[in-house]
Design a protein around this ligand. Structure first.
Ligand code: SF4
Length: 314
């Protein structure tokens, strides 16, 4: 099948840093037990593949990072690439925990910008997912940070502060920022817009907009919890007008639907292991709708061979 490989794909620098830091932890000298506050990155395959390192992942979508910290009594806590609020940092210190911080530089920069504007008397409208750790961290900077996810949220705001700035979670879509900032300007004409979408997220979205219009379907390889992957599907389907689906692995490809396509494209989220995306591409390239021997989409990736550079078994 004709398969267009959209570039860039593969890990962003923030994910590489988080995985390297954790993989290279000297577990002999690190205070035990070792906890990760949330999923190290939003990809279950990676979390599983780090299982042998004796790390305890605390993940509960109904709890904030601050609440999850209550479950740790001693040892070491790892902060994920999404960053944490000042309150989480202080609580971990007060508990006497050792801290390994893998917050992405781009998230740090965004938090510094919010802090700077807050210190200069601004209220902040922050475009982000209400339950995402980056939003929790932003909200923790000040009571004058207001999280908005959609136009309804903006309409509900009643900010009386004379100085307002708008910024965002680093993995939102360029269109979220455009549409929601245009809406915010209606209520707050003097608002300052500070676009903090990270470069890794932005260039992946821009590449989707330039897709060949003959593409019948676009596969975005990524975890269902990965916001940047979800946004790639949104941009591809809503803005590039190409039917698109999020798949976590080659096994999520619907063979019956695939038979209807002539040309497909593939991209991946910033936290998707290269091996998983490569397997999807290899399967699609060899797929022939009339030859059932090419229809077996069972994965050969396991949590043991995911992070090695070795080729997959035949
Ligand atoms: S997606 Fe962007 S902000 Fe998130 S870890 Fe990667 S580079 Fe950093």
């Amino acid at each position: 099948m004709k398969t267009i490989k959209i570039t860039p794909r593969g890990y962003c620098h923030g994910v590489v840093n988080a995985i390297n830091t954790i993989s290279n932890l000297d577990t002999l000298s690190t205070k035990k037990p070792i906890y990760i506050l949330g999923m190290v990155i939003h990809n279950k395959q990676i979390v599983d593949s780090l299982g042998h390192l004796d790390l305890i992942t605390l993940h509960d979508e109904t709890k904030t990072r601050l609440e999850l910290l209550d479950e740790i009594k001693s040892g070491t806590v790892i902060f994920t690439a999404h960053g944490v609020s000042p309150q989480v940092y202080k609580k971990a210190k007060d508990k006497g925990l050792d801290i390994v911080d893998t917050t992405c530089d781009d998230v740090f920069r965004s938090q510094d910008t919010i802090t700077e504007y807050i210190n200069n008397g601004y209220a902040i409208i922050f475009i982000g997912k209400h339950t995402h750790p980056e939003s929790e961290a932003a909200k923790g900077i000040s009571n004058n940070v207001y999280i908005v996810e959609n136009i309804k949220d903006i309409k509900k705001l009643k900010i009386t502060n004379g100085k307002i700035a708008l910024t965002n979670q680093t993995t939102m879509s360029i269109f979220d920022i455009y549409y929601l900032s245009e809406e915010a300007k209606k209520y707050y004409p003097n608002i300052i817009i500070i676009d903090e979408i990270c470069n890794s997220t932005r260039i992946r979205q821009e590449a989707l907009l330039n897709q060949d219009k003959d593409v019948d379907h676009c596969f975005v390889v990524g975890d269902k919890l990965s916001n940047n992957s979800i946004k790639l599907v949104e941009v591809s389907s809503t803005e590039a007008h190409i039917n698109s689906t999020l798949i976590e692995s080659v096994e999520d490809i619907n063979i019956e639907l695939l038979k209807k396509y002539n040309t497909v494209s593939v991209t991946s989220g910033a936290s998707t292991p290269t091996k998983v995306t490569k397997e999807v591409i290899a399967f699609l390239e060899q797929f022939d709708k009339d030859d059932t021997s090419t229809h077996n989409n069972q994965t050969r990736i396991t949590s043991f061979n995911l992070l090695t550079k070795k080729a997959l078994p035949k």
